[in-house]
Design a binder for this molecule. Structure first.
Ligand code: PEP
Length: 254
């Protein structure tokens, strides 16, 4: 049975005190010993990963993810953070391949494949984001683009390594725009992703991998998107910064 997951990507928002305030509020609204069926992942900026993990490490169904890592384990890379530094904080996941990293920081599939390796080598679960831009969708190339991102970024992993991966489908035209994929568009793409995984790793792996949808998920559209059979949860940006909205999205997964 694959995990149902709602992850909040705080992006470059919140100073440490605000981040702690947010996690405290989420815990109050969700339950400070939350054991729900939907796993919750919080992804704050690097500066308060440690503060956030301090608040949730004893909560069974809540964990913390970093938003990026470097592809090398250490060395002369001023300003960078390695996967080992993150996992040493007892953090168990990292978002990789987010479209903002691809678009603004030039992260291509080859670099992302190395980052995925660094994550796996350091016991971090990659939450690997894929998604097409609007032009690709208009040109009916969305399946091709997404399968290529998966092949190049992930499919060098062994079957054993692949068991640790979470996939997030985030159509770039839906991120932070207020526009969401329709539930059917999300389902179609998630089904195609699962079929692509099956073609490489087999049916069992495909049935076990969690595929999250991301792109302007809000309390008022979450249930419909999450009710699709191949949608196993969400990666939430803007709405994860408001405890009421985020918790109601978590409940929409139930
Ligand atoms: C995201 O950044 O991963 C995201 C889905 O953002 P938003 O929910 O704001 O569209």
């Amino acid at each position: 049975m694959r995990a149902r997951i709602v992850a909040g990507n705080w992006k470059m928002n919140t100073v440490p005190s605000e981040g702690v305030g947010l996690v405290v509020e989420i815990l109050e609204k969700l339950d400070s010993k939350y054991t729900g069926d939907t796993r919750v992942i919080l992804s704050p900026p690097f500066t308060h990963l440690i503060d956030v993990i301090d608040h949730v490490w004893e909560v069974p169904q809540i964990s913390v993810a970093a938003q990026n890592c470097h592809h090398e384990d250490n060395g002369a890379y001023t300003g960078e953070i390695s996967a080992g530094m993150i996992s040493d904080l007892n953090i168990d996941a990292v978002i990789l391949g987010h479209s903002e990293r691809r678009q603004y920081f030039g992260e291509d599939d080859a670099l992302l494949a190395k980052k995925v390796n660094a994550a796996i080598r350091n016991s971090l679960m990659p939450i690997f984001c894929v998604g097409e831009v609007l032009e690709d969708r208009k040109a009916n190339k969305h399946n091709e683009v997404v399968t290529s991102q998966l092949t190049q970024g992930l499919f060098h992993l062994s079957s054993e390594e692949f068991k640790n991966v979470i996939i997030a489908y985030e159509p770039v035209w839906a991120i932070g725009t207020g526009e969401t994929a329709s539930p059917q568009q999300a389902q179609d793409m998630h089904k195609s992703i699962r079929a692509h995984v099956a073609s490489k790793y087999g049916e069992d792996a495909a049935n076990n991998v969690s595929i999250l949808y991301g792109g302007s998920v809000k309390p008022n559209n979450a249930s419909e998107i999450f009710s699709q059979p191949d949608v196993d949860g969400g990666l939430i940006g803007g709405a994860s910064l408001n405890a009421d909205d985020f918790v109601s999205i978590v409940h929409a997964m139930a």
